[in-house]
Design a protein around this ligand. Structure first.
Ligand code: SPV
Ligand code: MG
Length: 559
């Protein structure tokens, strides 16, 4: 429904319509929340708040319209725009009407002041009005230009303000109604309501009357309604309330110097969040931002030293090996960032000082020589609070692999590669030195090998380890896993208990708990009855565990 129709509906209702002057979107929102009927986009208020200038045609029509558009966006109640003199002659008024219709404003008010106008209440200025005929021409032009049927033109006369008397005020009001105005506003700065009450009594009733009781401010809405007014505009009380409230808060802070000294007189932060729509934004983020928003933390284990890679890693850890101009770590971070994961923690050990990439939180495993990757991951246990990713520091993967993992709804999900089976079945040599093999609950049929389309459904891992008999292995774990908050809790709980229980014993495939690998812990979780799911891929990643793999990476990776 156009804003204009809403105002027409209000006009049909019994009772006086209460419009309050707003100077920006926020004040408009407050007015709506307080339950008023309509907004008056006040020239006085906007001049003061936007530029801190007098209400005297210093704010341009474009600037004023911009504020009105902001108000239209912020509220659903109708907006009556104070358009001063209409920003020019009758032809300019035509454009003003169309601009305001397009902006979604309900009505404009144009006054018979000469341009540039002076606020009706400023003392000491010479008051001149344009000729009745000229203002009637503006109104006729406005009605011809109008395309939204319910749009309203409110004609305002300043005859009483200029001291031209009741009769002239009524003559003008009548002429403007005759010219097609949908309502008239006879403005007054008399200290009492009597002047306007008398004018209203003499009014023909041809169109509704609008009143702005700024100076005669003791009058109630009921009295105005009783006198025959249909719309009351509280034009400038909001901007004045704002000025006073800000001054008072400033005084207190200046005296006291503690920010909290004004707590009892300012809106709570939560109040501001609610006003500007933060809850809706949170909801939208949950619904529409790609999975893997800020709440996902990636933990990279990159502490180890593998002597088979010497001399390549003489002066730097493996994750800093350069492959065509980018290190493994840079490639990992880029893939994470592409999936909107910016929260990255890294556990470093061997040549730790060489890793200095920004925007990563670092944890040190200085016992990297005697510990396994499980121990390394747990150096960053603090990071395992919400959904988290676990990455081995020596893998490179396509972003699509990560995207697929991020879609998993399961609490614990591993990425496993079927290509390993193909290699096995075709009798190729095992691609990695020590593959982490997995046995799945629903082993793949052979057909997938020819389809190269991975099933979307989840599968469950029943066994994992490097010592898994080859005939039991269905796929290879690539060193990338995701845990939900619940999954992370299970992982931490199992780690805590296992570290006590297995302290001096072997732990799954590891000779000692401290040397355990991440996959030993996964097996432990499975044995404890936790569901470990996997998403399946077919290639799209590589590991750099040997000189040959490094060469292969150089040969395969694009720039
Ligand atoms: C305004 O709010 O800008 C008005 C009303 O035009 S008054 O200031 O009372 O004239
Ligand atoms: Mg004004």
């Amino acid at each position: 429904m156009h804003n204009a129709t809403k105002l027409r509906v209000l006009l049909q209702r019994p009772g006086i319509i209460k419009a309050i002057g707003a100077h920006d979107a926020l004040s408009a929102k407050l007015i709506q929340q307080a339950g008023f009927d309509a907004i008056w986009a006040s020239g006085f208020g906007i001049s003061a708040s936007l530029k801190c200038v007098p209400d005297a045609s210093f704010v341009t029509s474009t600037e004023q319209l911009e504020i009105e558009r902001n108000m239209v966006e912020a509220v659903s109640i109708p907006i009556i725009a104070d358009c001063d003199t209409g920003y020019g002659n009758a032809l300019n008024v035509m454009r003003t009407v169309n601009d305001h219709e397009r902006a979604g404003v309900a009505a404009i008010c144009i006054e018979d002041n000469v341009y540039p106008k002076r606020c009706s209440f400023y003392a000491g200025f010479r008051r001149e009005l344009i000729a009745v005929e000229e203002h009637c021409g503006k109104i006729r032009a406005a009605k011809v230009a109008q395309t939204v049927p319910d749009f309203m033109i409110i004609a305002r006369t300043e005859a009483l303000i200029a001291g031209w008397g009741h009769e002239e005020a009524l003559r003008r009001a009548e002429a403007y109604a005759q010219a097609g105005a949908d309502a008239v506003l006879i403005h007054s700065k008399s200290p009492t309501f009597d002047e306007l009450k008398a004018v209203a009594r003499a009014w023909s009733g041809r169109v509704p009357l609008v009143v702005v009781p700024t100076i005669f401010d003791g009058v109630t809405a009921a009295e105005l309604e009783e006198a025959g007014f249909k719309i009351v505009i509280y034009a400038n009380q909001m901007i004045r309330a704002g000025i006073q409230a800000m001054r008072e808060a400033l005084d207190v802070i200046k005296q006291d110097t503690r920010p909290g000294s004004v707590n009892d007189r300012i809106a709570k932060l939560k109040d501001v969040y609610d006003l500007v729509g933060v809850p809706q934004m949170e909801e939208d983020e949950r619904r529409f931002l790609p999975v893997g928003g800020a709440q996902i933390t990636a933990i990279i284990a990159a502490a180890g030293f593998e002597k088979q890679l010497l001399p390549l890693i003489e002066d730097k850890p493996k994750c800093l090996l350069d492959i065509k101009g980018k290190t493994i770590l840079e490639r990992q971070v880029a893939a994470l960032n592409l999936c909107n994961i910016k929260d990255i923690a890294l556990v470093r050990g061997y040549r730790k000082e060489a890793i200095t990439l920004p925007n990563i939180r670092y944890y040190d495993n200085d016992r990297y020589e005697e510990t396994g990757d499980l121990f390394s991951f747990f150096c960053a246990e603090n990071e395992m609070k919400s959904r988290c990713l676990f990455l081995y520091g020596d893998i490179i993967f396509d972003t699509a692999v990560l995207e697929k993992l991020l879609k998993s709804p399961a609490d614990i999900t591993l990425v496993v590669d079927y290509a390993w089976t193909e290699v096995q079945q075709r009798g190729h040599p095992v691609p990695h030195l020590k593959p982490d093999l997995v046995m799945l609950q629903n082993p793949p049929g052979k057909s997938y090998l020819f389809r190269y389309v991975m099933p979307e459904e989840q599968n469950r891992v029943v066994k994992i380890g490097q010592h898994l008999p080859l005939d039991q292995a269905h796929a290879e774990f690539i060193g990338l896993a995701m845990f939900s908050e619940k999954g992370a809790e299970a992982l931490k709980g199992a780690y805590r208990e296992a570290s006590k229980h297995y302290q001096a014993k072997g732990f799954h495939e590891a000779g000692a708990f401290i040397r355990a690998s991440f996959t030993d812990m996964i097996q432990e979780l499975i044995d404890r009855g936790h569901e470990v799911n996997c998403v399946t891929i077919f290639k799209g990643w590589m590991e750099v565990d040997s000189f040959e793999e490094y060469q292969k990476a150089w040969a395969t990776i694009r720039q």
